[in-house]
Write a protein that binds this ligand. Structure first.
Ligand SMILES: [Zn+2]
Length: 471
């Protein structure tokens, strides 16, 4: 059977759906590998090897090495090395390293068996004492690298937890295993990216070569001040300085965003990553305020709370049992009502028994409603942005109100929450403590200087370095 036939046969098995998922994956890997072999001109010798092997046996042998190999997202190199080592095992007699991935439901005996080792090997390795206990805590995603000599004797075993962490079992002269925990530090390489939005944040990021994970983080960092569903406008732009993690010259993943800027409809937002003296990480604006906005607990200076949030209350006018999905703040007519948080106005007009109603959307998850207003503040209309504390209207008794009060509602993900108690459940947005401000400013200056040096966008280039304004 030649290579083309083998490929065809494997493809048939794949398309027939006869194989379990894992084997299909393995099979896909094989097909991919074979196609590569077909394309490589000097694969003659490998073809000869291939003829003598049973493809099904091959698939079983390869299952462990190709189970995570996804030929459609060709991120990793196909495991040619493994393919060759399996094929040439009988011919090349010397110390070889083979890697076995831990599968779900695996145990040490099964893994050693797949590596061609014996229960005696399992016993010797697992009784090495100390850190050998790692062998009792093997999880899918780990892999074991075996170094076996010409007499099929295990010289070395590396339990690879991640590219950055492993345990090395090394045979010593006393024929026992010494165990060393190996921890490796990735090299952090700063990367700068910028993009201008024509359509959506994610499409812009994609064009700018920014990964989905980094984009998600950007959306999270600015989520308290920009609603990426509603507020993004063509011409908005952003830039980001983040770390890439490299090991032995190879990219292994993205690190943290150090600083990011977002210009939304002409307004600039800057987020600085800061690790405080307790080791807590958060993003802050240039004034050291958390990017995660808290909400004002009471959006009006009230005299008393005339009605609390309840899911069953007798309505004073309709005399029926109705839920009261908000808090009523009694206050004199004309008392200013303020926005509980930064956001965008999505409603500013009459709405039945609510009377004059203002609704503000805060980021993607939060919504606040302000009812029975006597009038609206200047500039308050659908689409306008408000900052926390901005006056949006004035207390009144429009709609179904019996006296002047503000009816205030707080919604998370579309469902009503008690505005009086929800605050304790909201993530805290603490500022940088006063005593750390100098440290924070110093670190922000370094980051912004770095950003100013790299950035090519003229609008984002003129960052004035922050100063401590709290002194
Ligand atoms: Zn009410």
């Amino acid at each position: 059977m030649n290579l083309i036939d083998l490929t065809k046969q494997l493809l048939n098995r794949l398309t027939s759906n006869a194989l379990p998922y894992k084997h299909r994956n393995a099979c896909l890997g094989m097909v991919f590998t074979l196609i590569i072999l077909l394309l490589v001109p000097d694969s003659e010798s490998i073809v000869t090897e291939q003829q003598s092997t049973d493809p099904i046996l091959e698939i079983n042998n390869l299952a462990f090495s190709t189970s995570t190999f996804d030929p459609l997202n060709n991120i990793q190199e196909p495991p040619l090395e493994n393919v060759l080592s399996v094929e040439t095992e009988q011919e090349i007699i010397q110390s070889t390293r083979s890697i076995v991935e831990v599968r779900s439901g695996d145990n040490l005996s099964l893994i050693f068996d797949r590596a061609g080792l014996t229960p005696q090997d399992v016993y010797r390795v697992s009784n090495s004492g100390g850190d050998a206990s790692i062998l009792t805590r093997l999880y899918p995603g780990y892999s074991l690298a075996f170094d076996v000599n010409e007499e099929r004797k295990l010289n070395e075993l590396e339990v690879i937890i991640s590219p950055l962490e492993s345990y090395l079992f090394k045979l010593n002269e006393a024929n026992k295993f010494d165990i060393a925990r190996i921890e490796r530090e990735p090299q952090l390489i700063p990367r700068y990216k910028e993009a201008t939005i024509n359509d959506s944040l994610f499409l812009a990021a994609q064009r700018g070569g920014i990964s989905a994970a980094v984009t998600m983080e950007i959306a999270g960092i600015f989520g308290g001040v920009v609603d990426f569903m509603l507020d993004t406008r063509a011409g908005d732009s952003f830039n980001v300085l983040y770390d890439e993690r490299h090991l032995d010259g190879e990219f292994i993943g993205n690190g943290s965003i150090q600083v990011a800027q977002y210009t939304n409809q002409g307004e600039d937002f800057t987020a600085i990553r800061y690790v405080n003296l307790n080791g807590d990480v958060d993003y802050y604006n240039l004034q050291g305020e958390s990017m995660r906005k808290a909400f004002i607990r009471n959006p009006v200076d009230f005299t008393r709370i005339s009605s609390n949030f309840t899911l069953s209350r007798r309505h004073p006018i309709l005399n029926t049992i109705r839920a009261h999905k908000g808090t009523d703040y009694a206050a004199p007519n004309g008392t200013p009502v303020v926005a509980a948080g930064d956001g965008r106005i999505t409603w500013a007009s009459r709405n039945g028994s609510f009377g004059n109603l203002v609704v503000i959307q805060h980021g993607e998850r939060f919504e606040t409603k302000y009812a029975h207003l006597s009038s609206y503040a200047r500039g308050v209309r659908v689409g306008s942005r408000v900052k926390q504390g901005d006056t949006i209207g004035y207390v009144g008794s429009t709609g179904g109100a019996t006296g002047p009060h503000l009816h205030y509602e707080f919604l998370i993900d579309g469902s009503h929450r008690n505005p009086r108690t929800v605050h304790d459940q909201l993530p805290k947005a603490e500022s940088v403590p006063d005593e750390e401000m100098d440290r924070f400013i110093q670190q922000s200056q370094i980051l912004l200087t770095q950003l100013n040096t790299i950035t090519s966008s003229p609008t984002l280039a003129q960052n004035t370095l922050p100063v401590n304004t709290r002194e």
